[in-house]
Design a binder for this molecule. Structure first.
Ligand SMILES: O=C(O)C(=O)C[C@]1(C(=O)O)C=C[C@@H](O)C=C1
Length: 423
């Protein structure tokens, strides 16, 4: 990943802040159903017989019991002419051969929430409000539209702000990228998943189709740098080189923000990697289309909510967990065998530093002190927490681990594969 070289670009300085009006807020729902996941093997069969094992809330066992609540809020869909809506079929038009939403003048685009905007306040429920990181035209906005077609997408200037927007009832959901097929994991969001108490309630896999954008009239030869989100730069690295663009790469907070930055500052020596929709929104021309190094470039986003959904067995589900062990990686094989013995496929393993205890010292009087790095392991597996085999697997995992948390059990994205479709 390229880091910013001086002068660094602060998107905050170009997008400013926004004060929330009362109508920008979400009322807490009154319809709340409680439920609890139990991984106790002795209770597993009973839990499964009681199809959604709702009703019990007491977490009187170990800390790996995740008690939770299901929000049964009724969301009223309502069109608001002044707001950019992601994925609303009525607004879609074809521009430059791409599907885009109707264009909105830049000054009317919603400004991203910042950390200083976050204050909880009730509101009278309208559309489902979905927080994403970036500015309008970001892939995350489009992913929010795919996940919740009639939602009101709320831009946030940082991932952390999107988490907090949901926790403080400013938004109902957050849609955040966790991994890309070329660029790999978005580590920041793994760390934030652990730090916050939100639940994963769904996933969307979104085809990411990058364009090289410049101001109208600018030619490739004028360019001295390319700016974008570090993931986008990584996903286009080979193609940029093939295009002869051996110029500086600079990282900014999001792809559409890069386009906005070039447009706002009238930079004729700088290109942005972003979506065709960002080109439309910020008045940029597309110098090159489809510049991702692999045509089937896909980013996986997770949807987060304050409360989990009830796991089911009538469609494919995935479950995401995070665990740690006092003795570090030595336990990994045992943990993973709990899934292998039950024929449960893992779809992802990620490890991150154990922030509370990053180093374990092992003293040996004869040879000195070994310094082992400690990790948090994130695992996604293909089963629903409503299945006995998943409950039994987690009961076993719990025996080997000192910390275990279920991040969510949610439907897998099974939408038909269309790699060139999204931007
Ligand atoms: O910058 C954006 O447009 C984003 O939505 C962020 C993001 C990411 O974080 O990976 C999302 C999808 C693409 O992989 C590139 C960037």
């Amino acid at each position: 990943m390229q880091s910013l070289s001086p002068p660094s670009i602060s998107l905050k300085s170009i997008i400013g802040t926004r004060t929330l009006s009362p109508t920008n807020r979400v009322a807490p729902s009154r319809h709340v159903v409680q439920c609890v996941y139990r991984f106790d093997s002795a209770n597993a069969a009973a839990n499964s017989a009681n199809s959604n094992f709702c009703g019990g809330v007491g977490c009187n066992r170990a800390d790996w019991q995740s008690s939770c609540a299901i929000l049964a809020s009724k969301v009223v869909s309502q069109q608001q002419d002044t707001t950019v809506k992601s994925g609303n079929a009525d607004n879609i038009t074809a521009v430059n051969g791409h599907q885009t939403l109707d264009l909105v003048p830049i000054e009317n685009l919603p400004k991203p929430l910042t950390i200083t905007d976050l204050s909880p306040a009730p509101m009278h429920g309208a559309d489902l409000r979905v927080a994403y990181q970036g500015v309008p035209g970001a892939y995350s906005e489009a992913a929010a539209g795919k996940a919740y077609p009639n939602c009101e997408a709320i831009p946030c200037d940082q991932f952390e702000v999107a988490f907090q927007a949901v926790e403080l009832w400013i938004a109902d959901r957050a849609v955040l990228p966790v991994e890309n097929s070329l660029g790999g994991s978005i580590h920041r969001n793994y760390d934030l998943l652990l730090r916050h108490r939100l639940h994963i309630v769904g996933e969307v896999q979104f085809p990411v189709h990058h364009c090289l954008l410049a101001l109208p009239g600018v030619r490739k030869e004028y360019l001295t740098r390319v700016i974008s989100h570090p993931q986008a730069l990584a996903q286009c690295e080979l193609t940029l080189t093939k295009l002869g663009l051996n110029v500086a790469r600079e990282a900014v907070d999001d792809t559409a923000g890069a386009a906005e930055f070039v447009a706002t500052n009238n930079l004729r020596d700088t290109a942005a990697i972003a979506s065709a929709r960002a080109a439309d929104l910020y008045g940029m021309q597309i110098l090159a289309d489809g510049i991702q190094d692999d045509p089937s470039n896909v980013t996986r986003f997770v949807m987060l909510a304050r409360d989990p959904i009830i796991p089911r067995t009538d469609r494919p589900f995935k479950t995401s967990i995070v665990f740690a062990h006092d003795k570090g990686t030595s336990v990994l094989f045992k943990v993973l065998s709990a899934f292998a013995f039950r024929n449960i496929s893992l779809t992802k393993i990620e490890s991150r530093p154990h922030r509370n205890r990053p180093i374990r010292l092992v003293d040996d009087a004869n040879v000195g002190t070994a310094k082992h790095f400690e990790y948090m392991f994130y695992v996604d597996f293909e089963a629903s927490m409503a299945e006995v085999r998943a409950q039994n697997a987690l009961a076993e995992v719990q025996e080997f681990t000192s910390f275990l948390r279920v991040l969510g059990s949610y439907p897998m994205d099974m939408t038909p594969w269309c790699p060139s479709g999204g931007d």
